[in-house]
Design a protein around this ligand. Sequence first.
Ligand SMILES: [Zn+2]
Ligand SMILES: [Zn+2]
Length: 327
Amino acid sequence: MVFKCKNCGGNVVYEPSRGHMYCPHCESLDSEDAVQGGSLTQCAVCGAPLAVRQYASSGRCEHCGSYLVFNERVEGEYEPCWILPFCLNKDSAVEAMEREFGRRLFTPTDFMSTKSLEKMEGRYVPFWLYDYQAHYDFAGEGTVVRSWTSGDTEYVETSYYEVIRQMDVDFDRIPADASYELADGVMDLMEPYDYGALTDYAPKYMSGFYGEIYNQDARELEERAKAKAREASEELLRGSLQGYTGMRTLDRKLEMHADGVHYALMPVWQYLYRYRGKTYAFHINGQTGKVVGTTPVSRGKVLAYGASVFVIVAAICRLALNFLEIL
Ligand SMILES: [Zn+2]
Ligand SMILES: [Zn+2]
């Protein structure tokens, strides 16, 4: 499938800054016609042979430059439920990255000037989004120790509390990326996405970008999402047990029930740079502009500053929470 302009016949793409389909040839908005044809091996526009990547669902013809969507990779079992359209266009993504370079003290001063761009692409990364219902039963013995001095005597008072927690937690859309090519760690750092902007899938959003089908099915990746839900549940429990001097666990049980899973596509800008014979990859969240990647470290600069600090911020999923506390 290819999106052609009704007015000039040119290739129409989705333009993030406008939030509309856009014809770069005659500057028309929403002038697209979805034209069927072509295949994974042949361009729908010029008929040239295509060499598509193993999991590609959309891409660009190297011969005529048209952006193509491959029907058999976006239909049936491969039809996404949702897509998060790009909010950042290429220029905004470049700006976000250069701001990030500027902040990195240890980037060699010649990195920006001698860097050479290998590749810059907007990609839709396949994700599974899992819903879980968790139920946590906890029983423990909490102690609160109080001490004071009166005259020559020091008093220590220990109070014992029976502590019971029953938590019901609904987890919505816990993400796990289903792409072999992009490291799990990178995609986890891309979070958070604002899933409120997810929209029903339509192929037009892919015109202008490189899409990928899921490389692993929902069952294979379930454990990763479950682990995130478990971890968040533990954190909520810990948070609810503040205020005691000590806590002895008597009983704890965490039950998790799967509550649905959806296939979705998330936007990522990917940049590859060559610098002194080595390739550096940068990924930019196509919705929020968050940049993930490492720049080369200049030895001289590290010595000058002594240490470098990296702070990683992880996001927690959206939660609904009920407590029952009996002291
Ligand atoms: Zn046009
Ligand atoms: Zn072509």
